[in-house]
Design a protein around this ligand. Sequence first.
Ligand SMILES: Cc1cc2ncn([C@H]3O[C@H](COP(=O)(O)O)[C@@H](O)[C@H]3O)c2cc1C
Ligand SMILES: O=C(O)c1cccnc1
Length: 349
Amino acid sequence: MHAILDDIQPVNFHAGEQARRYLDTLTKPPGSLGALETLAIQLSAITGELKPSVIPPAVIVFAADHGVAAEGVSAFPQAVTAQMVANFAQGGAAVNVFARQIGARVEVVDVGVASDITAAGVVNAKVSRGTANMAIEDAMQPEQAAEAINAGVVAVERAIKAGAKCLIVGEMGIANTTASSAMLAVLTGEPVASLVGAGTGIDPQQLTLKVAVIERAIAARNADSQAPLEVLTKLGGLEIAAMTGAYLAAAAHRLPAIVDGFIATVAALTACRMCPAVRGYLIFGHRSQEPGHDVALRALDAKPLLDMGMRLGEGSGAALAYPLLQAATAMMGEMATFTDAGVSDKAAL
Ligand SMILES: Cc1cc2ncn([C@H]3O[C@H](COP(=O)(O)O)[C@@H](O)[C@H]3O)c2cc1C
Ligand SMILES: O=C(O)c1cccnc1
């Protein structure tokens, strides 16, 4: 993991500036394509290329279970994690559908599902059978968190070898909004009640219990808010650690990564706290309805591309946003310049 941190360089500011200047030579009023222009500049800064490609995208879903599910913090039983892994493997989940739309394969990586996974095609990188219950003990041991981070790094490097030019990571893990909320409260210092949401759809009574469980876990684990790895280890999850590793690897390999919803953004915040240069490689796909997502986005000074009222995870919102990146790169690659098209620019009037 230290090796990957050493490999991360800031995005190429100079390449971004070149893209900004080139955009104003294209046949449109300067700045008229708005956020698409900002996106094109960022993609040039990430890749160092004036006309980069984001094709093909890779979708990787990390799955793991959470000991804290035993506290009754989710609307669904823990067994759903493994059942959804089988569904991903069969191509039937929302993220499979959206991945097919964008021409991406979905790789499913088991980093810590609590039961044996028999579904074909699932990558076995199981670190343990779920985390420990953070209300009672540290969710992970430091070596487990490191192993899960490394599973994320390895998965991204596998995707790059297969030709990936853009990364979308998602997650599946019943009770992972509880783990993410606990991490976020410690990392930002915001009150737990201000960022906890309904996750899979718990009722108000269960929500009160969820807040209490998280507050109890935070007090008992006593993680140092300035030590992101410790926060991840004591309060996080194996799939959240793998996602953190995936964002670190994307940055190290200068690969644009589209961040999904609440859980993904907490992993992204963790990666950025570990290495602030990661931030430049991240594009935020959508705004989740989970209240903590706004807190996490603010902590990263991030503005998501889409606002669809979604609250699913799996990488679904990031996959939906991907065509906007394609549009940004196509604009750079295919639009005529004022000179090429013989269109008068403002300066020529
Ligand atoms: C069928 C089903 C499919 C899902 N796909 C993603 N999640 C999402 O819901 C879970 C987090 O919510 P909580 O913390 O309330 O358990 C995660 O697994 C997340 O990816 C799902 C949840 C369910 C039930
Ligand atoms: O935004 C998310 O990632 C999310 C929200 C609720 C449940 N699962 C995931």
